[in-house]
Design a protein around this ligand. Structure first.
Ligand code: AMP
Ligand code: GLY
Length: 425
């Protein structure tokens, strides 16, 4: 199925996070949008939700077919499990990579070998399937290494180690305690890079790519980048200290070859460490980041649906229009439940103040783990709300976002207080 340039289009948006709420918010600005259906969505997308799980692929395909939908997939799991392949085999259009291309995110060993063979700059690495061999290796290098679970681990399978104890504990958690299940049946052990981190996003049609913005994520739980890694506690866009010439270099040397060789279609997200030897890839993701999407989408000045449909139909090379982003800064703060990022979460608490925060100038409140019940909104996950704000400077965007955060509360709420506060990120 493909859609004509003039008619309205129904969209099925798969996922239930803040990224999907931000995508829904952006899609709703498009004059091209017919019906919007979010499966399963959260309280922020309540009016558009359909009760289909993001992993009930048969029901998603049936729904897309019955309602003539263009499907946009937010999270990595349905990509990993081949939702795009299934839609395509039914002749249905979608935006996202096929299962094979999504391996660039879903298998770290695939991504590392791909980069090595294709001379894409990244940290030196070794891959191990055996606990004792991995242990011998980390002991031989003094434990100063990054240990990564090979498969999907919701951003929690990376251990940045500085000594033998830390590296030994990481391997124990993966191989002995099996904290990551099958995803941890092998590990990638990497050289530890230093520098500063930047996330770069691109829209890709399987052959070429267009730049979609940069962001700086804050993955650690606590202020000052301390504590355990999380899925992301806040972000801002654009990344400071990263200019147009560096963006062009990354697009030319990393993004474009990757898209062409892999045949990648969808949102590509490259996590980079900017080292003294230049940018090196820390990871690829086959989707938009969360909360980076909540930061970047408010800067997007073009009709995203129109562009995604055009990419699907004609490819990027036929599009002359600029993909303009606002010059403003955008900052996002993620508010979490007590216990996040462990599994011992406390949820089910009523959330107050969302409407007050939403009324602030240039503030958007995006939901993640929230549930709607009898007119009230309750917490239902680890990351609960992301407050976004824009401003002429990063400080202004950050102050505005924190003004929104101060209005929202629930029992056990937790957030970082330093996102966008340091002008150097
Ligand atoms: P990843 O999910 O692979 O991006 O890793 C999560 C985080 O771990 C990154 O954002 C970095 O902060 C850190 N990290 C990953 N790989 C390395 C590396 N080779 N050197 C230093 N830090 C790293
Ligand atoms: N914020 C990091 C991610 O979405 O993977």
């Amino acid at each position: 199925m493909s859609f004509s340039a003039s008619s309205k289009v129904n969209v099925l948006l798969v996922g239930s996070g803040g990224r999907e709420h931000a995508l829904a918010w952006k899609l709703l600005q498009s004059p091209k949008l017919g019906g919007l259906f979010v499966a399963p969505g959260n309280a922020g997308t309540f009016d558009y939700n359909v009760p289909i799980s993001q992993t009930d692929y048969r029901a998603l395909v049936e729904f897309a077919k019955r309602n003539s939908c263009f499907t946009i997939i937010g999270p990595e799991l349905p990509l990993h499990e081949g939702l795009v392949d299934q839609l395509s085999s039914e002749g249905l259009s979608s935006f996202g990579p096929m299962r094979n291309s999504a391996r660039i995110e879903t298998s770290k060993s695939f991504a590392k070998n791909f980069m090595k063979i294709n001379h894409i700059p990244t940290a030196e690495f070794r891959i191990f399937e055996d606990h004792s061999q991995a242990l011998d290796y980390v002991l031989s290098i003094g434990g100063n290494a990054v240990v990564k679970v090979n498969g999907l681990a919701s951003g929690k399978g990376v251990f940045v180690c500085s000594n033998i104890d830390e590296a030994t504990n990481a391997l124990k958690s993966i191989f002995i305690e099996r904290d990551f299940g099958h995803a941890g049946s092998s590990v990638v052990i990497e050289e530890k890079l230093s520098g500063f981190e930047v996330s770069l996003f691109a829209l890709c049609d399987g052959k070429v790519a267009r730049f979609l913005g940069t962001a700086m994520d804050h993955k650690r739980l606590l202020d000052g980048d301390r504590g355990p890694n999380t899925g992301g506690m806040g972000a801002f866009s654009p990344a400071v200290k990263f200019d147009r010439s560096q963006i062009d270099l990354v697009m030319r040397k990393i993004v474009e070859p990757t898209v062409k060789i892999i045949g990648f279609k969808g949102f590509l997200y490259v996590g980079l460490m900017i080292t003294s030897d230049g940018p090196k890839v820390l990871e690829y993701n086959a989707r938009l980041g969360d909360p980076e999407a909540q930061c970047i989408l408010p800067r997007v000045k073009f009709d995203i649906l129109d562009r995604l449909l055009a990419i699907d139909k004609e490819g990027l090379q036929s599009l002359d229009e600029p993909f303009t982003l606002s010059e403003e800064y955008s900052c996002c703060i993620t508010m979490c439940s007590q216990g996040y990022p462990t599994k011992a979460l406390e949820t089910g608490f009523e959330i107050a103040g969302i409407a007050d925060a939403q009324r602030l100038d240039r503030v958007n409140v995006f939901h993640s783990g929230t549930k709607f019940n009898e007119g009230k909104i309750f917490t239902a996950g680890g990351r609960v709300i992301t407050v976004n704000a824009t401003g002429l400077t990063l400080r202004e965007a950050s102050e505005r976002a924190y003004a929104g955060v101060r209005l929202i509360s629930w029992k056990g709420e937790n957030h970082r207080t330093d996102i966008g506060r340091d002008p150097n990120g």
